[in-house]
Design a protein around this ligand. Structure first.
Ligand SMILES: *[C@@H]1O[C@H](CO)[C@@H](O)[C@H](O)[C@H]1NC(C)=O
Ligand SMILES: *[C@@H]1O[C@H](CO)[C@@H](O)[C@H](O)[C@H]1NC(C)=O
Ligand SMILES: *[C@@H]1O[C@H](CO)[C@@H](O)[C@H](O)[C@H]1NC(C)=O
Ligand SMILES: *[C@@H]1O[C@H](CO)[C@@H](O)[C@H](O)[C@H]1NC(C)=O
Ligand SMILES: *[C@@H]1O[C@H](CO)[C@@H](O)[C@H](O)[C@H]1NC(C)=O
Ligand SMILES: *[C@@H]1O[C@H](CO)[C@@H](O)[C@H](O)[C@H]1NC(C)=O
Ligand SMILES: *[C@@H]1O[C@H](CO)[C@@H](O)[C@H](O)[C@H]1NC(C)=O
Length: 301
């Protein structure tokens, strides 16, 4: 009983409320809900109607959320936070003034101050960082043809929809960093999410692999994509091409030969027919003549 009384007396006479917020930045995933922790202690027992909680943007002191007289007071709330914030009212008596922020946007990134007043007051500021993962990187090259050693090619590595900007590393098959002749561009869309495109210009070496690794500053390694160049100077595609050409030539030759043979056959059979016809005609003529001569001779002998 005495201890409790002492506590109450101490609390009342404390200079400031002990407000605690995370010391290291809180990383919130884009589009998800995040709880910005804020807890306070130093008051043993209080009437909810006697307390106020303000969440503000540290830089501008604009209102993110405010609570007083036992309820939310949102008239002064920044437009962009409307319908996206709430406290946990049932947790307030337990010293939990955390803020729930829904559907996190890129523009929400920044410093937030939690201000609590019960009899006395205290505050704490914390940093929130927004992170959005990139899509899996994709390596492409200009020409439609297959890649082969000796070609000068611009290999392009692209990924999109991430935040903040990513680091792109090009490496060879042995994991060595390629640093020359690389360009990178990162463009943000209307939501603030970046598309990243890095182009590596190289003369392709035989038996080599070129991989593009995407590194997210907050989420770490995000993915990689690579192309491998076949060892032979005449790789599979040229061989296939030659085979196709050879096959086509063979087919053509066969066709020509067939045509020639057929023509000859047709001509031969035609000649045969003609010969036969001639022979027939000759025979018929003979028969006719014979008939004539027999007609000349009287039938009745
Ligand atoms: C918020 O506080 C709770 C309870 O102390 C803890 O479990 C959680 O990890 C904290 N969240 C962050 C983002 O600090
Ligand atoms: C406050 O309460 C909410 C809801 O129960 C919880 O998610 C959060 O971790 C609590 N924070 C602290 C610091 O206890
Ligand atoms: C809390 O404050 C209200 C209004 O000031 C009062 O009516 C109520 O009795 C108080 N409750 C406690 C538990 O002190
Ligand atoms: C917030 O929600 C209310 C009711 O659902 C709606 O009328 C209002 O337009 C919403 N405001 C914003 C900015 O979305
Ligand atoms: C490649 O570069 C990255 C970033 O600059 C570095 O962390 C890594 O150690 C380098 N790797 C090699 C094999 O040099
Ligand atoms: C970079 O490009 C230049 C000019 O095109 C070329 O001379 C050089 O060899 C290239 N460097 C590498 C590492 O490919
Ligand atoms: C490429 O690799 C193949 C098999 O892995 C090997 O036979 C060939 O000698 C290599 N060529 C070069 C130029 O390293």
């Amino acid at each position: 009983m005495l201890a409790l009384l002492l506590c109450a007396v101490l609390a009342v006479h404390a200079d400031a409320l002990d407000v605690r917020v995370p010391e290291s930045p809180v990383v919130a995933l884009f589009g998800t809900d995040v709880v910005l922790n804020c807890s306070f202690s130093g008051v043993s027992k209080f009437n909810l109607s006697d307390m106020s909680v303000f969440w503000q943007l540290s830089d501008t002191q604009r209102t993110v959320h405010s609570f007083s007289q036992s309820r939310d007071q949102l008239i002064e709330q920044e437009e962009r936070f409307s319908n996206r914030t709430s406290l946990f009212p049932d947790q307030l008596p337990a010293g939990n003034a955390s803020l729930l922020l829904r559907r996190v946007r890129v523009s929400d990134e920044g410093s937030y101050t939690c201000f609590v007043r019960v009899q006395t007051y205290g505050r704490g500021a914390m940093l929130m960082q927004v992170a959005a993962p990139f899509s899996k990187p994709l390596v492409t090259w200009g020409q439609e043809s297959a890649l082969k050693p000796g070609d000068a090619v611009a290999l392009s590595c692209e990924a999109y929809g991430g935040y903040p900007e990513a680091q792109v590393l090009w490496q060879d098959g042995a994991g060595r960093n390629l640093t020359d002749n690389i360009t990178i561009s990162q463009v943000a869309n209307e939501k603030g999410l970046f598309s990243v495109k890095s182009v590596l210009t190289v003369i392709l070496e035989p038996n080599s692999t070129y991989s593009c690794r995407l590194i997210h500053p907050l989420l770490g390694e995000e993915g990689q994509a690579s192309v491998t160049i076949s060892g032979q100077a005449l790789g599979f595609p040229p061989l296939a091409l030659w085979l196709t050409v050879a096959l086509a030539v063979c087919l053509l030759a066969l066709l020509v030969a067939l045509t020639v043979v057929c023509r000859r056959k047709i001509r031969e059979s035609c000649e045969e027919m003609r010969a036969e016809e001639e022979a027939k005609e000759l025979e018929e003529a003979k028969e006719l003549e014979e008939a004539k001569s027999s007609a000349a001779t009287p039938l009745k002998s």
